[in-house]
Ligand binder design. Structure first.
Ligand code: KIV
Length: 267
């Protein structure tokens, strides 16, 4: 039985004032690297739709695809807490449907928890899952599954009214029993206030340094995408360029008859 991080260890990190480190992962190979580097939490985000499957939004991602990738991340990691991100329409229809779908992340994929987008309006569903023994990571602020209804992505909580409503959302998620909550795209002051108010950890993405932890999309932090780099993202590597260079070198060597050489050839 592998000894991996669970809700208790996340709570301990929070209690001890240690920042929680999280990144998205979608396959066993990258999960292994992040896990070996000591990342605490691996979220199999529905950003899977854009990072791995070539969609423009998260909306087309299905439960089947998400479970498939979550299971791969579980297989690839030893220590990190793996969280499955429930796709659009897998938890909004009813708390009962949400429970059955969420259970599949634990039973079939081996995840340690699930993530759901939404605040007050989803609190009843969070409570249903938590009361059935499923750890839930909340998610408020920018909600990519509502991108069409919102008309795009934008920082939330700039007005007093929106800030107050986000605070209520954060409290609702906490009261429903979520073990932590992702704050996405909030002004620094507001996420600091939410972090101060709550008694569960906040995991920020584009929400400033006061959050209890940070999460980044793996492709952003590794520099796997050339075109769009969000403001909140810091590139820790340029794997995209490294991969392009390697492919080009391989292609040239094949064309020139340099590869395979004697070392790669059995006589
Ligand atoms: O799907 C995802 O990658 C996410 C993170 C941005 C938190 O939800």
């Amino acid at each position: 039985m592998k000894k991996s991080i669970g809700v208790r260890e996340i709570r301990r990190l929070y209690r001890d004032g240690e920042k929680i480190t999280a990144a998205t992962a979608y396959d066993a190979a990258m999960a292994r690297l992040a896990d070996e580097a000591g990342i605490d939490m691996l979220l199999v985000g529905d950003s899977l739709g854009m990072t791995m499957l070539g969609y423009k939004t998260t909306l087309p991602v299905t439960l089947r695809q998400s479970l498939h990738h979550t299971a791969a991340v579980v297989r690839g990691s030893k220590r990190a807490m793996v969280v499955g991100d429930m796709p659009f329409l897998t938890y909004q229809v009813s708390p009962e449907r949400a429970l059955l779908n969420a259970g599949r992340y634990l039973q079939e994929a081996g995840a340690a928890a699930v993530k759901l987008e939404g605040g007050e309006r989803i609190a009843e569903t969070i409570a249903r899952l938590v009361n059935s023994g499923i750890p839930v990571l909340g998610h408020i602020g920018i909600l990519p599954q509502s991108v069409l209804a919102e008309g795009g992505y934008r920082i939330h909580g700039r007005s007093d009214e929106e800030a107050a409503s986000l605070l209520l959302d954060a409290r609702a998620v906490e009261q429903a029993g979520a073990f932590a909550v992702v704050l996405e795209g909030l002004p620094r002051k507001l996420s600091a206030r939410i972090t101060e108010t709550l008694t569960i950890p906040t995991i920020g993405i584009g929400a400033g340094p006061e959050c209890s932890g940070q999460i980044q999309v793996m492709h952003d932090l590794l520099g796997l995408f050339k075109d769009f780099v969000p403001k909140h993202c810091k590139r820790y590597a340029d794997l995209g360029q490294a991969a392009r260079d390697a492919f080009q070198k391989y292609r040239n060597e094949v064309r020139e008859g340099v590869f395979p050489g004697p070392e790669q050839t059995v006589e």
